[in-house]
Design a protein around this ligand. Structure first.
Ligand code: FAD
Length: 432
Protein backbone atom coordinates (compact mmCIF):
# COMPACT_ATOMS: atom_id res chain seq x y z
CA UNK A 1 0.00 0.00 0.00
CA UNK A 2 1.33 3.46 -0.94
CA UNK A 3 1.59 6.03 1.78
CA UNK A 4 2.53 9.68 1.78
CA UNK A 5 3.30 12.10 4.56
CA UNK A 6 0.82 14.85 4.90
CA UNK A 7 0.33 17.73 7.29
CA UNK A 8 -2.27 16.82 9.86
CA UNK A 9 -5.20 19.24 9.60
CA UNK A 10 -5.28 19.71 13.40
CA UNK A 11 -1.92 21.35 13.22
CA UNK A 12 1.33 20.00 14.51
CA UNK A 13 2.25 16.48 13.45
CA UNK A 14 2.87 14.71 10.19
CA UNK A 15 0.71 11.67 9.51
CA UNK A 16 0.78 8.97 6.88
CA UNK A 17 -2.29 9.15 4.63
CA UNK A 18 -3.25 6.43 2.20
CA UNK A 19 -3.18 7.64 -1.40
CA UNK A 20 -5.79 5.03 -2.33
CA UNK A 21 -8.12 6.47 0.27
CA UNK A 22 -7.70 9.97 -1.12
CA UNK A 23 -8.34 8.69 -4.64
CA UNK A 24 -11.47 6.91 -3.43
CA UNK A 25 -12.78 10.05 -1.75
CA UNK A 26 -12.11 12.03 -4.94
CA UNK A 27 -13.90 9.39 -7.03
CA UNK A 28 -16.91 9.38 -4.71
CA UNK A 29 -17.04 13.18 -4.85
CA UNK A 30 -16.98 13.07 -8.65
CA UNK A 31 -19.74 10.47 -8.66
CA UNK A 32 -22.01 12.58 -6.49
CA UNK A 33 -21.18 15.84 -8.25
CA UNK A 34 -24.00 17.18 -10.38
CA UNK A 35 -23.38 17.57 -14.09
CA UNK A 36 -24.08 20.86 -15.83
CA UNK A 37 -23.93 20.78 -19.62
CA UNK A 38 -23.67 24.10 -21.45
CA UNK A 39 -24.25 24.35 -25.20
CA UNK A 40 -22.41 27.29 -26.79
CA UNK A 41 -19.24 29.03 -25.60
CA UNK A 42 -19.71 32.69 -26.41
CA UNK A 43 -21.19 35.51 -24.25
CA UNK A 44 -23.96 33.36 -22.73
CA UNK A 45 -22.27 29.95 -22.59
CA UNK A 46 -18.89 31.12 -21.28
CA UNK A 47 -20.51 33.24 -18.58
CA UNK A 48 -23.01 30.58 -17.49
CA UNK A 49 -20.40 27.79 -17.33
CA UNK A 50 -17.87 29.76 -15.27
CA UNK A 51 -20.51 31.39 -13.08
CA UNK A 52 -21.98 28.00 -12.06
CA UNK A 53 -18.49 26.82 -11.05
CA UNK A 54 -18.03 30.04 -9.11
CA UNK A 55 -21.42 29.81 -7.36
CA UNK A 56 -20.67 26.27 -6.16
CA UNK A 57 -16.98 26.88 -5.34
CA UNK A 58 -15.99 24.31 -7.96
CA UNK A 59 -18.10 21.52 -6.47
CA UNK A 60 -19.90 20.75 -9.74
CA UNK A 61 -18.96 19.11 -13.02
CA UNK A 62 -19.35 21.59 -15.87
CA UNK A 63 -18.92 20.73 -19.53
CA UNK A 64 -19.22 23.16 -22.45
CA UNK A 65 -19.93 21.88 -25.95
CA UNK A 66 -19.51 24.58 -28.57
CA UNK A 67 -19.63 24.55 -32.35
CA UNK A 68 -16.92 27.20 -32.35
CA UNK A 69 -13.67 26.54 -30.48
CA UNK A 70 -13.05 30.29 -30.27
CA UNK A 71 -14.75 33.11 -28.41
CA UNK A 72 -15.84 35.87 -30.79
CA UNK A 73 -16.35 39.46 -29.65
CA UNK A 74 -19.18 40.13 -32.14
CA UNK A 75 -19.44 43.89 -31.39
CA UNK A 76 -16.11 44.45 -33.16
CA UNK A 77 -17.34 42.86 -36.41
CA UNK A 78 -18.37 46.39 -37.46
CA UNK A 79 -14.68 47.29 -37.81
CA UNK A 80 -13.38 44.14 -39.47
CA UNK A 81 -14.38 44.96 -43.09
CA UNK A 82 -12.32 48.19 -42.99
CA UNK A 83 -9.18 46.39 -41.81
CA UNK A 84 -9.40 48.06 -38.37
CA UNK A 85 -9.55 44.59 -36.80
CA UNK A 86 -8.42 41.14 -37.88
CA UNK A 87 -10.13 37.92 -36.77
CA UNK A 88 -7.23 37.23 -34.42
CA UNK A 89 -7.77 40.58 -32.65
CA UNK A 90 -11.35 39.81 -31.64
CA UNK A 91 -11.24 36.07 -30.92
CA UNK A 92 -9.44 33.76 -28.52
CA UNK A 93 -9.33 29.97 -28.13
CA UNK A 94 -11.81 28.66 -25.55
CA UNK A 95 -10.07 25.47 -24.39
CA UNK A 96 -7.29 27.13 -22.30
CA UNK A 97 -9.75 29.44 -20.53
CA UNK A 98 -12.04 26.59 -19.57
CA UNK A 99 -9.12 24.34 -18.58
CA UNK A 100 -7.81 26.90 -16.07
CA UNK A 101 -11.25 27.04 -14.44
CA UNK A 102 -11.79 23.26 -14.34
CA UNK A 103 -14.47 23.18 -17.04
CA UNK A 104 -14.39 20.38 -19.60
CA UNK A 105 -14.48 21.85 -23.11
CA UNK A 106 -15.68 19.89 -26.13
CA UNK A 107 -15.45 21.33 -29.62
CA UNK A 108 -18.60 19.96 -31.21
CA UNK A 109 -22.09 20.76 -32.39
CA UNK A 110 -25.23 19.67 -30.56
CA UNK A 111 -27.40 17.84 -33.07
CA UNK A 112 -30.24 16.45 -30.93
CA UNK A 113 -31.74 17.29 -27.56
CA UNK A 114 -33.45 14.43 -25.72
CA UNK A 115 -34.76 16.46 -22.80
CA UNK A 116 -36.90 13.70 -21.29
CA UNK A 117 -33.85 11.42 -21.11
CA UNK A 118 -31.54 14.35 -20.11
CA UNK A 119 -29.17 13.62 -22.97
CA UNK A 120 -27.66 15.66 -25.80
CA UNK A 121 -26.28 14.16 -28.98
CA UNK A 122 -23.36 16.10 -30.43
CA UNK A 123 -20.91 15.70 -33.30
CA UNK A 124 -18.34 14.73 -30.64
CA UNK A 125 -20.42 12.15 -28.74
CA UNK A 126 -23.44 11.89 -26.43
CA UNK A 127 -23.52 13.69 -23.07
CA UNK A 128 -25.98 13.38 -20.22
CA UNK A 129 -26.66 16.10 -17.68
CA UNK A 130 -28.47 17.05 -14.51
CA UNK A 131 -28.85 20.65 -15.72
CA UNK A 132 -28.68 21.92 -19.27
CA UNK A 133 -27.95 25.51 -20.36
CA UNK A 134 -28.75 26.34 -23.97
CA UNK A 135 -26.63 29.30 -25.13
CA UNK A 136 -26.44 28.52 -28.83
CA UNK A 137 -27.16 32.06 -30.00
CA UNK A 138 -28.36 33.03 -33.46
CA UNK A 139 -28.14 32.21 -37.12
CA UNK A 140 -29.02 34.51 -40.00
CA UNK A 141 -32.44 34.21 -41.60
CA UNK A 142 -31.62 35.10 -45.19
CA UNK A 143 -34.91 33.65 -46.52
CA UNK A 144 -36.80 36.76 -45.45
CA UNK A 145 -35.65 38.74 -48.53
CA UNK A 146 -34.74 37.25 -51.93
CA UNK A 147 -31.21 38.28 -52.90
CA UNK A 148 -29.72 38.21 -49.38
CA UNK A 149 -27.16 35.70 -48.16
CA UNK A 150 -23.61 34.65 -49.03
CA UNK A 151 -24.39 34.08 -52.70
CA UNK A 152 -26.78 37.05 -52.84
CA UNK A 153 -26.36 40.69 -53.77
CA UNK A 154 -25.76 42.35 -50.37
CA UNK A 155 -23.20 41.70 -47.64
CA UNK A 156 -23.87 41.31 -43.95
CA UNK A 157 -21.54 41.48 -40.93
CA UNK A 158 -23.32 39.35 -38.36
CA UNK A 159 -20.87 36.44 -38.35
CA UNK A 160 -17.08 36.38 -38.66
CA UNK A 161 -17.29 34.80 -42.12
CA UNK A 162 -19.88 37.37 -43.25
CA UNK A 163 -17.73 40.25 -42.01
CA UNK A 164 -14.61 38.88 -43.76
CA UNK A 165 -16.67 38.60 -46.96
CA UNK A 166 -18.02 42.16 -46.48
CA UNK A 167 -14.39 43.34 -46.15
CA UNK A 168 -13.43 41.71 -49.45
CA UNK A 169 -16.36 43.53 -51.02
CA UNK A 170 -15.30 46.80 -49.37
CA UNK A 171 -11.82 46.59 -50.88
CA UNK A 172 -13.33 45.97 -54.33
CA UNK A 173 -15.67 48.93 -53.74
CA UNK A 174 -12.73 51.24 -53.00
CA UNK A 175 -11.29 50.42 -56.43
CA UNK A 176 -14.58 51.24 -58.20
CA UNK A 177 -16.69 53.40 -55.87
CA UNK A 178 -20.40 54.02 -56.33
CA UNK A 179 -23.41 54.51 -54.08
CA UNK A 180 -23.91 52.58 -50.83
CA UNK A 181 -26.91 51.16 -48.96
CA UNK A 182 -26.65 50.11 -45.32
CA UNK A 183 -29.55 48.95 -43.21
CA UNK A 184 -31.64 46.19 -41.72
CA UNK A 185 -34.42 44.06 -43.15
CA UNK A 186 -37.90 43.58 -41.76
CA UNK A 187 -37.78 41.29 -38.71
CA UNK A 188 -34.20 42.30 -37.86
CA UNK A 189 -33.41 43.20 -34.24
CA UNK A 190 -29.68 43.96 -34.29
CA UNK A 191 -30.15 47.65 -35.16
CA UNK A 192 -27.10 48.86 -33.26
CA UNK A 193 -24.85 46.97 -35.71
CA UNK A 194 -26.66 48.54 -38.70
CA UNK A 195 -26.28 52.09 -37.34
CA UNK A 196 -22.67 51.52 -36.31
CA UNK A 197 -21.78 50.17 -39.73
CA UNK A 198 -23.57 53.10 -41.40
CA UNK A 199 -21.58 55.72 -39.49
CA UNK A 200 -18.32 53.78 -39.83
CA UNK A 201 -18.87 53.59 -43.61
CA UNK A 202 -19.43 57.35 -43.65
CA UNK A 203 -16.22 57.86 -41.65
CA UNK A 204 -14.26 55.56 -43.97
CA UNK A 205 -15.61 57.35 -47.04
CA UNK A 206 -14.38 60.64 -45.64
CA UNK A 207 -10.97 59.13 -44.90
CA UNK A 208 -10.77 57.77 -48.45
CA UNK A 209 -11.73 61.17 -49.91
CA UNK A 210 -14.94 59.69 -51.32
CA UNK A 211 -17.53 61.34 -49.09
CA UNK A 212 -18.69 63.85 -51.71
CA UNK A 213 -18.83 61.31 -54.54
CA UNK A 214 -20.83 58.57 -52.81
CA UNK A 215 -24.53 58.74 -52.00
CA UNK A 216 -25.09 56.88 -48.72
CA UNK A 217 -28.57 55.56 -47.85
CA UNK A 218 -29.96 53.89 -44.74
CA UNK A 219 -32.92 51.48 -44.89
CA UNK A 220 -34.69 50.30 -41.74
CA UNK A 221 -37.98 48.72 -40.66
CA UNK A 222 -37.93 50.83 -37.46
CA UNK A 223 -41.03 53.07 -37.20
CA UNK A 224 -38.68 56.00 -36.58
CA UNK A 225 -34.93 56.62 -36.48
CA UNK A 226 -33.38 55.54 -33.18
CA UNK A 227 -36.12 53.08 -32.22
CA UNK A 228 -33.35 50.43 -32.02
CA UNK A 229 -35.95 47.69 -31.49
CA UNK A 230 -36.34 48.86 -27.88
CA UNK A 231 -38.98 51.52 -28.41
CA UNK A 232 -36.55 54.46 -28.73
CA UNK A 233 -35.18 56.75 -26.01
CA UNK A 234 -35.81 60.42 -25.20
CA UNK A 235 -34.48 62.67 -28.01
CA UNK A 236 -33.15 59.59 -29.84
CA UNK A 237 -35.04 60.27 -33.04
CA UNK A 238 -33.89 63.89 -33.28
CA UNK A 239 -30.30 62.99 -32.36
CA UNK A 240 -30.10 60.26 -35.01
CA UNK A 241 -31.80 62.60 -37.49
CA UNK A 242 -29.13 65.21 -36.79
CA UNK A 243 -26.33 62.66 -37.21
CA UNK A 244 -27.76 61.52 -40.55
CA UNK A 245 -28.20 65.11 -41.77
CA UNK A 246 -24.66 66.01 -40.79
CA UNK A 247 -23.32 62.96 -42.61
CA UNK A 248 -25.62 63.62 -45.62
CA UNK A 249 -27.26 60.19 -45.32
CA UNK A 250 -30.69 59.60 -46.87
CA UNK A 251 -32.98 57.54 -44.61
CA UNK A 252 -35.80 55.17 -45.61
CA UNK A 253 -37.54 54.12 -42.37
CA UNK A 254 -40.66 52.14 -41.52
CA UNK A 255 -40.21 50.10 -44.65
CA UNK A 256 -39.37 46.50 -45.49
CA UNK A 257 -37.28 45.20 -48.36
CA UNK A 258 -39.01 43.35 -51.19
CA UNK A 259 -35.84 42.00 -52.81
CA UNK A 260 -32.19 42.79 -53.37
CA UNK A 261 -31.25 42.71 -57.03
CA UNK A 262 -27.69 43.16 -58.29
CA UNK A 263 -27.01 46.86 -57.61
CA UNK A 264 -30.56 47.70 -56.48
CA UNK A 265 -32.63 47.36 -53.30
CA UNK A 266 -36.36 47.21 -54.02
CA UNK A 267 -38.32 48.43 -51.00
CA UNK A 268 -41.70 47.13 -49.85
CA UNK A 269 -43.37 50.30 -51.21
CA UNK A 270 -41.74 49.82 -54.65
CA UNK A 271 -39.17 52.58 -54.23
CA UNK A 272 -35.69 51.52 -55.30
CA UNK A 273 -32.25 52.44 -54.01
CA UNK A 274 -29.22 51.85 -56.22
CA UNK A 275 -25.88 50.67 -54.84
CA UNK A 276 -22.38 49.53 -55.67
CA UNK A 277 -21.98 48.19 -52.12
CA UNK A 278 -24.72 47.12 -49.71
CA UNK A 279 -24.68 45.75 -46.16
CA UNK A 280 -27.98 44.61 -44.68
CA UNK A 281 -28.55 43.08 -41.25
CA UNK A 282 -30.99 40.16 -41.55
CA UNK A 283 -33.33 38.81 -38.84
CA UNK A 284 -31.97 36.15 -36.53
CA UNK A 285 -33.30 32.68 -35.77
CA UNK A 286 -32.40 30.18 -33.06
CA UNK A 287 -30.35 27.12 -34.03
CA UNK A 288 -32.07 24.27 -35.87
CA UNK A 289 -31.27 21.78 -33.06
CA UNK A 290 -33.28 23.98 -30.67
CA UNK A 291 -36.12 24.59 -33.12
CA UNK A 292 -36.45 20.80 -33.53
CA UNK A 293 -37.04 20.43 -29.74
CA UNK A 294 -40.63 21.52 -30.12
CA UNK A 295 -41.54 21.05 -26.44
CA UNK A 296 -39.30 23.99 -25.48
CA UNK A 297 -38.92 26.12 -28.61
CA UNK A 298 -41.03 28.69 -30.41
CA UNK A 299 -41.39 28.76 -34.20
CA UNK A 300 -38.14 30.75 -34.57
CA UNK A 301 -36.13 28.22 -32.60
CA UNK A 302 -35.84 30.28 -29.41
CA UNK A 303 -36.44 28.63 -26.03
CA UNK A 304 -39.55 29.82 -24.20
CA UNK A 305 -38.25 30.80 -20.77
CA UNK A 306 -39.47 32.04 -17.38
CA UNK A 307 -37.79 34.99 -15.66
CA UNK A 308 -35.52 32.45 -13.92
CA UNK A 309 -34.24 31.48 -17.41
CA UNK A 310 -35.57 27.97 -16.85
CA UNK A 311 -37.44 26.74 -19.90
CA UNK A 312 -41.20 26.85 -19.52
CA UNK A 313 -41.37 23.08 -19.98
CA UNK A 314 -38.44 21.74 -17.92
CA UNK A 315 -37.12 22.88 -14.54
CA UNK A 316 -33.63 21.55 -15.35
CA UNK A 317 -33.30 23.13 -18.81
CA UNK A 318 -32.19 26.77 -19.02
CA UNK A 319 -31.67 29.11 -21.98
CA UNK A 320 -29.74 32.39 -21.99
CA UNK A 321 -28.74 35.08 -24.47
CA UNK A 322 -30.05 35.10 -27.99
CA UNK A 323 -31.23 31.48 -27.57
CA UNK A 324 -33.89 32.63 -25.07
CA UNK A 325 -37.20 33.83 -26.50
CA UNK A 326 -38.05 37.45 -25.71
CA UNK A 327 -41.50 38.51 -26.85
CA UNK A 328 -41.63 41.70 -28.95
CA UNK A 329 -43.93 43.98 -26.92
CA UNK A 330 -45.29 46.11 -29.78
CA UNK A 331 -46.89 45.81 -33.15
CA UNK A 332 -45.31 47.88 -35.90
CA UNK A 333 -46.45 48.25 -39.49
CA UNK A 334 -43.15 46.67 -40.57
CA UNK A 335 -42.13 43.78 -38.28
CA UNK A 336 -39.15 44.27 -35.97
CA UNK A 337 -37.08 41.91 -33.88
CA UNK A 338 -35.63 42.66 -30.47
CA UNK A 339 -31.91 43.22 -29.80
CA UNK A 340 -30.69 40.62 -27.32
CA UNK A 341 -27.32 42.25 -26.74
CA UNK A 342 -24.27 41.21 -24.76
CA UNK A 343 -25.15 42.91 -21.48
CA UNK A 344 -28.55 41.21 -20.97
CA UNK A 345 -27.00 37.95 -22.22
CA UNK A 346 -24.49 38.05 -19.35
CA UNK A 347 -27.24 38.98 -16.86
CA UNK A 348 -29.36 36.04 -17.99
CA UNK A 349 -26.36 33.72 -17.67
CA UNK A 350 -25.74 34.87 -14.07
CA UNK A 351 -29.41 34.44 -13.15
CA UNK A 352 -29.35 30.93 -14.63
CA UNK A 353 -26.09 30.07 -12.82
CA UNK A 354 -27.49 31.23 -9.46
CA UNK A 355 -30.62 29.17 -9.96
CA UNK A 356 -28.77 26.03 -11.00
CA UNK A 357 -26.55 26.40 -7.93
CA UNK A 358 -29.66 26.78 -5.77
CA UNK A 359 -31.25 23.68 -7.26
CA UNK A 360 -28.05 21.69 -6.70
CA UNK A 361 -28.07 22.82 -3.05
CA UNK A 362 -31.64 21.54 -2.81
CA UNK A 363 -33.23 25.00 -2.81
CA UNK A 364 -35.83 26.46 -5.13
CA UNK A 365 -34.55 28.78 -7.91
CA UNK A 366 -34.75 32.28 -6.43
CA UNK A 367 -33.00 34.59 -8.89
CA UNK A 368 -35.19 36.17 -11.52
CA UNK A 369 -35.06 39.14 -13.85
CA UNK A 370 -37.24 39.88 -16.88
CA UNK A 371 -35.36 40.90 -20.02
CA UNK A 372 -37.40 44.09 -20.28
CA UNK A 373 -36.46 45.14 -16.71
CA UNK A 374 -32.70 44.85 -17.24
CA UNK A 375 -30.84 48.13 -17.67
CA UNK A 376 -29.94 49.17 -21.22
CA UNK A 377 -26.20 49.83 -21.45
CA UNK A 378 -24.79 50.23 -24.91
CA UNK A 379 -22.27 52.19 -26.94
CA UNK A 380 -23.00 52.99 -30.57
CA UNK A 381 -19.76 53.61 -32.41
CA UNK A 382 -19.54 56.04 -35.32
CA UNK A 383 -15.94 55.67 -36.43
CA UNK A 384 -14.37 58.55 -34.50
CA UNK A 385 -17.50 59.52 -32.60
CA UNK A 386 -20.50 57.77 -31.11
CA UNK A 387 -23.38 57.68 -28.65
CA UNK A 388 -23.52 56.18 -25.16
CA UNK A 389 -26.98 54.73 -24.53
CA UNK A 390 -28.13 54.30 -20.93
CA UNK A 391 -31.59 53.53 -19.57
CA UNK A 392 -32.91 52.02 -16.37
CA UNK A 393 -34.86 49.43 -18.36
CA UNK A 394 -34.37 47.74 -21.68
CA UNK A 395 -38.03 48.12 -22.60
CA UNK A 396 -40.58 50.83 -21.73
CA UNK A 397 -42.09 52.04 -19.47
CA UNK A 398 -38.82 53.52 -18.17
CA UNK A 399 -38.05 56.10 -15.48
CA UNK A 400 -35.07 57.45 -17.34
CA UNK A 401 -33.01 57.00 -20.47
CA UNK A 402 -30.27 59.12 -21.93
CA UNK A 403 -28.17 59.30 -25.09
CA UNK A 404 -24.76 60.94 -24.74
CA UNK A 405 -23.15 61.77 -28.09
CA UNK A 406 -19.47 62.57 -28.53
CA UNK A 407 -15.99 61.24 -29.27
CA UNK A 408 -15.77 59.79 -25.74
CA UNK A 409 -18.29 57.14 -26.89
CA UNK A 410 -15.81 55.91 -29.51
CA UNK A 411 -13.02 55.86 -26.91
CA UNK A 412 -15.29 53.98 -24.54
CA UNK A 413 -16.08 51.30 -27.14
CA UNK A 414 -12.36 50.83 -27.84
CA UNK A 415 -11.61 50.51 -24.11
CA UNK A 416 -14.57 48.21 -23.52
CA UNK A 417 -13.46 45.86 -26.29
CA UNK A 418 -10.02 45.48 -24.68
CA UNK A 419 -11.46 45.11 -21.20
CA UNK A 420 -14.12 42.57 -22.20
CA UNK A 421 -11.71 40.38 -24.17
CA UNK A 422 -9.28 40.41 -21.23
CA UNK A 423 -12.08 39.57 -18.78
CA UNK A 424 -13.54 36.77 -20.92
CA UNK A 425 -10.16 35.25 -21.85
CA UNK A 426 -9.25 35.00 -18.16
CA UNK A 427 -12.70 33.77 -17.24
CA UNK A 428 -13.28 36.61 -14.76
CA UNK A 429 -17.03 36.44 -15.25
CA UNK A 430 -17.86 37.89 -11.85
CA UNK A 431 -16.34 41.24 -12.84
CA UNK A 432 -18.84 43.78 -14.22
C1 FAD B 1 -22.36 42.81 -35.72
C2 FAD B 1 -22.82 42.71 -34.30
C3 FAD B 1 -22.56 43.76 -33.42
C4 FAD B 1 -22.98 43.69 -32.11
N1 FAD B 1 -22.69 44.71 -31.26
C5 FAD B 1 -23.03 44.64 -29.98
C6 FAD B 1 -22.68 45.67 -29.07
O1 FAD B 1 -22.07 46.67 -29.46
N2 FAD B 1 -23.02 45.52 -27.77
C7 FAD B 1 -23.69 44.42 -27.33
O2 FAD B 1 -23.96 44.33 -26.14
N3 FAD B 1 -24.04 43.43 -28.16
C8 FAD B 1 -23.73 43.50 -29.47
N4 FAD B 1 -24.07 42.49 -30.31
C9 FAD B 1 -24.87 41.38 -29.79
C10 FAD B 1 -24.01 40.30 -29.14
O3 FAD B 1 -23.07 39.87 -30.05
C11 FAD B 1 -24.92 39.16 -28.70
O4 FAD B 1 -25.73 39.63 -27.66
C12 FAD B 1 -24.13 37.97 -28.19
O5 FAD B 1 -23.32 37.45 -29.21
C13 FAD B 1 -25.08 36.90 -27.70
O6 FAD B 1 -24.34 35.88 -27.14
P1 FAD B 1 -24.85 34.38 -27.12
O7 FAD B 1 -23.86 33.63 -26.33
O8 FAD B 1 -26.28 34.34 -26.72
O9 FAD B 1 -24.85 33.91 -28.64
P2 FAD B 1 -23.67 33.82 -29.71
O10 FAD B 1 -22.71 34.90 -29.53
O11 FAD B 1 -24.37 33.67 -31.02
O12 FAD B 1 -22.93 32.46 -29.36
C14 FAD B 1 -23.49 31.20 -29.61
C15 FAD B 1 -22.44 30.14 -29.44
O13 FAD B 1 -23.08 28.86 -29.61
C16 FAD B 1 -22.34 28.07 -30.52
N5 FAD B 1 -23.29 27.16 -31.17
C17 FAD B 1 -24.19 27.44 -32.13
N6 FAD B 1 -24.89 26.34 -32.45
C18 FAD B 1 -24.42 25.35 -31.66
C19 FAD B 1 -24.74 23.98 -31.51
N7 FAD B 1 -25.69 23.38 -32.26
N8 FAD B 1 -24.05 23.24 -30.61
C20 FAD B 1 -23.09 23.81 -29.85
N9 FAD B 1 -22.75 25.11 -29.95
C21 FAD B 1 -23.41 25.86 -30.84
C22 FAD B 1 -21.69 29.07 -31.45
O14 FAD B 1 -20.56 28.50 -32.08
C23 FAD B 1 -21.34 30.20 -30.49
O15 FAD B 1 -20.11 29.95 -29.87
C24 FAD B 1 -23.69 42.54 -31.65
C25 FAD B 1 -23.97 41.49 -32.54
C26 FAD B 1 -23.53 41.57 -33.85
C27 FAD B 1 -23.84 40.43 -34.77
Amino acid sequence: MTTVLSWDPRGWLCQPIMVEHLALVEKERAMTQKKVLVLGGNFGGLTAALAVRHELHGDVEVRVVSASDHFLFNPSLIWLPFGKRRAVDITFPLAPTFEVHGVDFVHGEATRLDLAAKKVTTSAGDYDYDYLVIATGYRNDFDVVPGLGPSGNAYTITTLEDAIHAGEGWRRFLEAPGDIVVGATQGAGCFGAAYEYLFNVSHQLRKAGLKKRVKLSFVSPEPFLGHFGIGGLPHGESLLGMFLKKEKITAFVDVGIERVEPGRVVLGDDRTVEFSYAMLVPPFLGQEVVRAATDIADAKGYVKVRDTYQSEAYDDVYAVGVAAAVPVPWQTSTPLGIPKTGFPTERMAHVAARNIAAQIRGEAPHAHEEFGDMPAVCVMDAGNNGVIILADKMLPPRSHGVLIPGPEAHAMKLAFEKYFLWKARHGYVTLP
